[in-house]
Structures are given as structure tokens and as C-alpha cells.
Design a protein around this ligand. Structure first.
Ligand SMILES: C[S@@+](CC[C@H](N)C(=O)[O-])C[C@H]1O[C@@H](n2cnc3c(N)ncnc32)[C@H](O)[C@@H]1O
Length: 275
């Protein structure tokens, strides 16, 4: 999102203090301009703290370097552009009902946001690893202290065969525009016999493009299940998109392209050796 010129002027004003986890604007703005500044700062995770000793927007991550990059670029990565819609607690509850995370299960959350799902999986005593592309949210995840490992990366760039151990459970609410890609990729990190539970836009159950049709065929073949969620399940996170839960069990030797399936594929080297 482009930073409006007058907001940019406020944030680059020599009197504005951007330091640590807060931004302080120690001069008067008219109401309309304050609203615009506030809208931007809230969108990047800031919260106004009006207490006398603070009187600043406070962020759950170190804001200085991030804000310097935004001001230099004249824009900021909107939470919506990155598809950040935290999963509301009732949906997480339903996911866990389907996933049955047991003590000691390894759990992957491959687009973990600020941990709405990961935190509850950890509360079930799962051993949780998180991946998150956004540096600010990865910082928040580390601060929660619930994950064994937080990887700041594009999940789609990670190689399923580079991990030590595949996961018992995969719990995810990926960015909706790339939901099919994310789930297909995530299966490569799952154990045979594991379970994947994903929040997906309901459109995956009817879209007729080739990738979505292929995805549904895979779900049918693996006897997976789409479970409809209430119409406004994500209203609290700012979207009215209708959603479903996908539940997929990776039967050993079954059709899903799990970690085991990837390992069983012949490598280029094997091919040469058989010639
Ligand atoms: C719909 S939100 C869900 C967040 C979290 N899973 C939850 O349920 O609250 C999607 C998250 O995926 C992250 N994301 C988007 N693309 C990604 C990618 N390629 N790799 C890893 N994370 C990604 C976004 O930054 C955002 O935090």
C-alpha cells in the first residue's frame, strides 16, 4: 500500500521518534491526518497506548528497521496483501478436534502468522515447528516461546526432503490465493499415517480451473473430507470469505504425495544407475 504523502511527511519529520517497539509523534496533527497515520500504523501491527508514560504506537516487534524500509520505499506491506487473516479461536478449536494432536506429536504450521493455531497445538503438548514469511510475525512467534523452531522463509521454497523427520500433523491456514499450492506442498512434509487439517476458501470445492480440479481429484482419491465452516467464521479477522476445513489422512502407501512418497521417487542418479 502506498503511504500517503502527508503521512510520509509526519513519519519522516525530525521530531517523530521511531525506536525500539514504538513510534512517538510528539506534535499535534489535525483529526483527519491523525486518522490516516493511525490507520497505517494499525495495519502494520501498532496499537495506540495513551498512558501518560507511553503516548505512542506500540508494536509487538522491533519497528525501527521495518519502518525505515517502508519509508524508503514509500509503501508498506498491508496485512491483507500478505493474506494475514488470523484464525479465530472457534475455528482453531474445530481444527484440533479433527487433528487429534497427542502428547509428543510433531506438528508443522507452515504459514503460522502470529501463532493462533500453533499456540493451541503446543497447548495440546505437540512439538510445534512454524514457518512464516513475514519477519514481524516470525519475531512475534519466537517471542511466544511455544515453537521448537521458527523458520522465517517462503514455505514454498523449502525442500520437503531437506527435513530430518516428517511431521505427524500439519495444521495450516495458508494465504487463500495460493491455498492449493500450499497444501499440496505441505503434504511433502507429512509422515505416512499423518493428518493434515487446513482452512481453505470454500471456492476450492467448486472452482473449475485445472489446478483446483486436480486438487479435488486428489482429495477424493485419498478419501479426504471438506467440512463447511459457518458463513462468517472469519468476520473477526476482517474477511467475509466463506471457508471450509480440509481433513486429509495420509494412509501408508496411499495416493497422497507425502514425505514417504517423495522419498520413494527415483532420483536422477538412480535413473542413471539403471541404464
Ligand atoms: C491466513 S494467515 C494465517 C496465519 C495463521 N496460520 C493463523 O491461522 O492465524 C496466512 C499467513 O501466511 C503467511 N504467508 C503468506 N505467504 C507465505 C509463504 N509463502 N510462506 C510462509 N508464510 C506465508 C502470511 O504472512 C500470514 O501470516
Amino acid at each position: 500500500m502506498k503511504i500517503p504523502t502527508d503521512v510520509l511527511e509526519v513519519l519522516t519529520d525530525g521530531r517523530t521518534i521511531i525506536s525500539g517497539d514504538r513510534i512517538q509523534i510528539p506534535f499535534q496533527l489535525d483529526a483527519a491526518l491523525y486518522q490516516r497515520v493511525n490507520t497505517m500504523l494499525k495495519d502494520v501491527g501498532g496499537r495506540w497506548d495513551g498512558r501518560k508514560a507511553v503516548r505512542a504506537h506500540v508494536f509487538p516487534y522491533p519497528v525501527e528497521e521495518f519502518m525505515r524500509a517502508c519509508l524508503a520505499a514509500g509503501e508498506w506491506p498491508s496485512r491483507y496483501e500478505q493474506g494475514w487473516y488470523p484464525t479465530p479461536p472457534p475455528v482453531v478449536f474445530e481444527m484440533l478436534e479433527h487433528a487429534s494432536v497427542r502428547v509428543g506429536h510433531t506438528v508443522l504450521e507452515p504459514s503460522a502468522g502470529t501463532g493462533a493455531i500453533a499456540e493451541k497445538a503446543a497447548a495440546e503438548l505437540g512439538i510445534v515447528d512454524c514457518v512464516e514469511i513475514d519477519a514481524r510475525r516470525a519475531h512475534v512467534l519466537r517471542g511466544l516461546g511455544i515453537a521448537r523452531k521458527v523458520t522465517e522463509a517462503d514455505f514454498l521454497d523449502l525442500d520437503p526432503l531437506a527435513i530430518d523427520e516428517p511431521y505427524d500433523r500439519i495444521l495450516m491456514n495458508p494465504p487463500f490465493e495460493q491455498a492449493v499450492e500450499h497444501v499440496t506442498h505441505a503434504l511433502g512434509f507429512m509422515k505416512d499415517g499423518g493428518t493434515l487439517v487446513a482452512v481453505l476458501p470454500e471456492s476450492v470445492t467448486w472452482r473449475v480451473d485445472r489446478a483446483t480440479e486436480r486438487f479435488r481429484a486428489m482429495v477424493t482419491e485419498a478419501e479426504g473430507e471438506f467440512v463447511r465452516l459457518p458463513d462468517r467464521a472469519f468476520a473477526a479477522s476482517g474477511t467475509s470469505v466463506t471457508t471450509v476445513l480440509l481433513v486429509l489422512d495420509g494412509e501408508p502407501g496411499g495416493p497422497l504425495h507425502t514425505h514417504g512418497w517423495h522419498q520413494r521417487q527415483p532420483t536422477q542418479l538412480d535413473l542413471f544407475e539403471t541404464v
